[in-house]
Design a protein. Sequence first.
Length: 635
Amino acid sequence: LTGGAGVGQFGIISTYNSGTKTAGVIKESDGTSGFDHLIAGTAIVAPDASSTYIIEPRVTFSAPGYTSTAATLPTSGTWTAVKYGETAAVYTTLSGTYTGSGVGATFTVIRNGWKYTPSVQTAGTGYARLQTITILGTNLGGLSTANDLVITITAVNPATGAILEFDHSGYGIGGRYVALRSGSTVGATSEDGIAWDTRASLMPSGANWSAMTAGLFDDGSTVGKVSKFVAVAGTSPNTTGAYSEDGITWTAANMVTSATWVDVAFGGFGSQKFVAVSSDSTTVRISNDGEAWDQTGTLTTTGFTAVAYGKNRFVAIKSGTAVTNYSSSGTGTWTAGTLPSISNWNSIAYGNNRFVAISNTSGTIAAYSLDGITWTASTLPDIAIWTKVTYGQGVFLAVSTTTTAATSPDGVTWTTRTTSTAANGFSAITFGNRDRYGLFVGVGGSSGQVATYIRTGATTRARALVAANKIFQVNITEPGSGYAVEPTITFTDPNNTFEAPVAMRKGSSVLANPSFINRGTQYVTSSAEVDIGDGYANLYQPGSFVAVRQLSEQPPPGSNVVFGHLPDRVFKLVNVITFLGTNDGAYTAFLQISPTLTIAEAPEDQVTITTRLRYSQCRLTGHDFLDIGTGSFIE
């Protein structure tokens, strides 16, 4: 049941009284009576006589599951911070492996996180179209062939065989997990969030390292992006900081202001910054690169415990009060805000278009905000001393000083979880996507070697569109995450005659709903580049139009078109639309074909297409008279 005067609220008719046929409207989020809003946490506008309602089949998916597995840090100590950061690098003069006769080609490869951007450094000679060159992942910072870069040659110089254009596939390592100890130079790093390596002299000093963040950004002076891990020290006033480009080699930094630094965040729209807050000073230290802390801001008071970035603003929370501060730039004077209650607010995270804060006052206190300014109370599912909250792939995860944990897709509705160990819980938690495998990773809350890695994700959500009493489309509003196998889908409708046939599929690198910082004005169309990753629009192409690439030339209308997965079907080319490119073999276009492709016939990505010219109807019946009269008697 949808409606509500255009405000996007919906519920599900799920119960009927057989005598009076009254309906109960049930929230999809928690099963209680009432309406949900499409944007969780948004206030419901009461339906009235102007509301239009649509009754549609309910669409539900199975959840991805939740597992927490114990891990062991390499040394015993008081672990206080853990962070996953994307890394970046530039590799030059890479030749790779080629099985043909071509020689001399070399490449420059920029790796930003797990996105490869290769370019031809030397074009070489003797190469052939559609053959491949493989650059080993171990030459690109990876650990195995899983990170290989495969270059498919699409266009060569016809005279010399020099490479003109190419396509590429493959994914880089992504980043690295880093864990810090208080009062020690010893740290640990992990390539997968499961096994940890000892770093005996990781940090530049034995400071009381209290917090860490990481960022991948363009500093305007280097090829590719710059990766930075940044750490600050707390427990007493100091000017100690540190930074690293890879999480392994660290350099000391001067925070300038002596304070008890409790948290540091990274973010920014157009101009990224690192922002550090302390518990005993109103001065905020700000850095463009994590190295020089040469900018300042001013908080309204002291006592802040945590800071996060989202919605183009930094937001800080204060313990023992209901006070927040926020700033759109981090610099200058910050503005005070109000949390829904006075509590020991100690951790804040941003994700899914909202901020979520928790308190370490023993209880169930939490709050969420859609803009970082106006806050609403929410309730954690169990009484605990909550220590940290983080966000990853559609889910907020909160941990405590016990085995109690909680997950939430929106900071509004929480589910009780359990961590792998009871050894004083966890002091810090992070989310990482190393090798495109998402894991939450936590370090123990007391002196020891306790760690955990957690695999979970968001449950897929969707809406069914109905026409002529048939489900003709399912719009996915949340793609879900963390599924080991394809989820099951269920359509609920008490009046359906036949079950709708479905084929479930899953893939990595799915782009969920973006977080709009500013929607702008007067746009007709807009586009954006995804900085991290190297995927494609994973949409089937039924109908009359098919996007193609690697065309060797422009086929004329009337050509026969044969798809590799439908070798016995012949389509006619009606038209070629948006034909782009400069070299034979590397053109892209949309082909308009007839008859149309059904949903079941729609091709997967990388299916081959062959267009054939000069085919007579006689040839299609096994008789070919195309070239009669064009040659000698023998020919």
